[in-house]
Design a protein around this ligand. Structure first.
Ligand SMILES: [Zn+2]
Length: 399
């Protein structure tokens, strides 16, 4: 039997051994949903388990209260592999995105790789990434240097298909406000109607849709539109989610929307204020890493495929990580394709006998892939070569 084969059997065995603790971790996080930046219990439970298995823990980490870094040195140290944990829930829906499983797979994968007795040198790291849903936690961690020293990053998201190499859209949130002047509605000329300015902005954005690229996506809601129908609104506000295939095009859209808001202000006399949130970039999945993961999942009797043409893609702050470090964000099915993300049905699927089984296999697949990377300088070179070529080639034209 080869060394690689022995190592993988060893990883499988080690993760099977901690299956009760990993399922317990997943179930506890699921039963105690915490919103972004408030995931205190989730961080405590993950770091306790990692510490029990010899990891050194830093928390809070990199400027975020509910972030953490867990590190285990193998042999003499060397390339650092980070398993990324997410653990925030959705308001009103609990763990309808299954982040309890992302956390448990990252923790399990890291422990499995740390315990593997095959002689490789490297660093096994878990980075606890808060607030994926609402707060762009990874963007903040990246800006604060939280990914410095990491050579490769991996995570698995639960879903309704087994997928590798799925892309993601760039996205951000825009807040647009107008400040006018209140007046009695019988004397509208005395006022400046902030709501009219806001409605003109919605109309202007609809005009822009005609000239934007097909991948441009924008949806907005009015969050303030006046307080009484017999008063000219002095204040109006809206929040938009803006998406496109690339961060570069997203910036063009933001600039266009800024001009629409300026124009609405000019027409109505209201003052405009546009606030742009943090930008999640598009995603660059590393194919060599993805193929390595696919081969390992095949050993665990799971078939991984590339996304079918036309499959909708979402956005995640993982995109920003993939532009800095070779990285993968793969998907394992915990439900049938009728079950959609961010629904009560997906929340149910995220804590089930099937999701327990998937979490064990996911952790094993992550650990095996981590082992392959640490064990082969040739594989590391192929991964890094692809990353560098992708980053050099994929600077998109704006128009
Ligand atoms: Zn998610």
């Amino acid at each position: 039997m080869s060394d690689a084969c022995n190592a993988k059997e060893n990883i499988g065995y080690e993760i099977d051994r901690i299956r009760p603790a990993l399922c317990d971790l997943s179930h506890k996080i699921h039963a105690n949903p915490e919103l972004g930046f408030a995931e205190h219990k989730a961080v405590q439970w993950q770091t306790e388990l990692l510490q029990d298995h010899g990891f050194s823990i830093e928390t809070p980490y990199s400027g975020l209260e509910t972030s953490y870094k867990a590190t285990f040195i193998k042999g003499t140290g060397g390339p650092a592999i980070a398993f990324l944990a997410e653990y925030d829930a959705l308001k009103g829906l609990g763990h309808a995105c299954g982040h309890n499983l992302i956390a448990a797979m990252a923790v399990g994968g890291a422990i499995g790789l740390a315990k593997c007795t095959a002689p490789v040198n490297g660093k096994v790291v878990v980075i606890g990434c808060p607030a994926e849903e609402t707060g762009h936690g990874k963007v903040i961690l990246l800006n604060n240097g939280g990914f410095d020293g990491i050579d490769f990053a991996m995570m698995i998201h639960p879903g309704n298909r087994n997928l590798i190499g799925r892309s993601g859209l760039a996205s951000t949130r825009l807040d647009i406000e107008f400040f006018g002047k209140a007046a009695h509605s019988k004397e509208p000329a005395e006022g400046i109607n902030a709501l009219t300015a806001l409605l003109n902005t919605f109309t202007g954005i609809d005009t822009l849709r005609q000239v934007w690229r097909d991948d441009a996506r924008i949806n907005g809601i009015i969050t303030a539109g006046g307080v009484a129908s017999n008063v000219i609104p002095e204040y109006a506000a809206a929040t938009f989610t803006v998406r496109s295939r690339t961060g570069q095009y997203l910036h063009k859209m933001i600039a266009d929307i800024g001009r629409v808001a300026d124009a609405a202000a000019l027409v109505t006399g209201a003052k405009s204020k546009v606030t742009t949130g943090l930008v999640s970039t598009e995603r660059y999945p590393n194919r060599v890493m993805g193929e390595t993961f696919k081969a390992n999942m095949a050993l665990l009797n799971e078939t991984m495929t590339y996304p079918p043409a036309g499959l909708q893609v979402g956005s995640s702050d993982f995109g920003n990580v993939s532009m800095v470090i070779p990285a993968i964000h793969e998907y394992l099915a915990i439900a049938t394709t009728e079950v959609k993300n961010h629904t009560p049905e997906m929340a149910g699927a995220a804590c089930s006998p099937r999701s327990d089984a998937v979490l064990v296999k996911g952790a094993q697949g992550l650990a095996m892939t981590g082992h392959d990377i640490l064990a082969s300088a040739e594989l590391r070179k192929r991964i890094v070569d692809e990353f560098q070529q992708t980053m050099a080639a994929d600077r998109q034209e704006v128009s």
